[in-house]
Design a protein around this ligand. Structure first.
Ligand SMILES: [Zn+2]
Length: 254
């Protein structure tokens, strides 16, 4: 096997350094692979606050921008303005083996974001599914796309009146990174940077994490995609702006 490109422990130690002063704690769950034992991390900010969102990254190991965005969120005190209202649960890296080796798939060559409908999925997916046993009104997944000329997103939800959120996010992101305005992205229809979604997800034979979130009752699920061709700082800024807009503009609540 090739040697790793990244070290997940560096990410965890950056998080651990920031968390005490923000009343957060990094909990980790073991993930055993043949060559190394990893951990799957989780932390919560604003525990007990009324509104709840889940922010996750690194399910595709070759998309480091999301993992970096979560570190940056802590290191730049980006939570401060939301700390009275939101309880945010973070999964900073769902696929640590993929992160270390720069592969989309996990150590068994599985694309984890295709396996959320399986009853006995790989442990990384079982872990993410267990976190979704709790109810979140908003879920945000941070991804990246090697082929895309710009930022775009998927959004799905139970309330049509929340559809404006996608547009608002792209309005703010476009000052940082161009938006992918193609009519087709990744072989599917898109409109002004927003993917046109299948309406009947129950008939699909596989689910990504976002559709499992929706199935578990999340009101709005956002899958955000930066364009990997831009520098990492720009990708982090774009994702950070998107998170900021989502938490500010999502009026949600059941
Ligand atoms: Zn991805």
């Amino acid at each position: 096997m090739n040697s790793p490109l990244n070290d997940i422990e560096i990410i965890f130690s950056r998080l651990r350094k920031q968390l005490p002063e923000k009343n957060g704690l990094l909990t980790s769950y073991p993930l055993e692979t043949p060559d190394k034992n990893y951990s799957l991390g989780k932390f919560v900010l604003g525990e007990g606050n009324r509104r709840k969102a889940l922010i996750s990254a690194g399910i595709h190991g070759d998309e480091p921008g999301g993992v970096e965005t979560i570190c940056n969120f802590l290191e730049n005190n980006r939570f401060e303005r939301f700390s009275d209202e939101w309880e945010l649960t973070f999964l900073p890296c769902i696929n640590p083996h993929g992160y270390e080796y720069g592969t989309r798939e996990n150590h068994e060559g599985k694309d984890l974001n295709r396996l959320f409908r399986q009853e006995t999925p790989p442990p990384e997916v079982a872990f993410a599914k267990s976190i979704l046993e709790k109810h979140y009104e908003l879920t945000i997944e941070l991804h990246e796309d090697f082929m895309s000329p710009g930022y775009y997103l998927y959004q799905q939800g139970t309330h049509q009146e929340d559809d404006h959120l996608g547009k608002k996010i792209l309005q703010d992101v476009k000052d940082i990174m161009p938006i992918n305005l193609n009519g087709e992205i990744d072989g599917r229809s898109a409109q002004a940077g927003i993917m046109v979604q299948e309406s009947n997800f129950m008939s699909m034979d596989w689910w990504p994490m976002a559709l499992y979130s929706l199935f578990k009752g999340a009101r709005r699920c956002l899958t955000l995609e930066t364009a990997t061709k831009f520098p990492i700082d720009m990708r982090v800024e774009a994702h950070s702006a998107a998170i900021n807009t989502a938490l500010t503009c999502f009026s949600g609540e059941e």
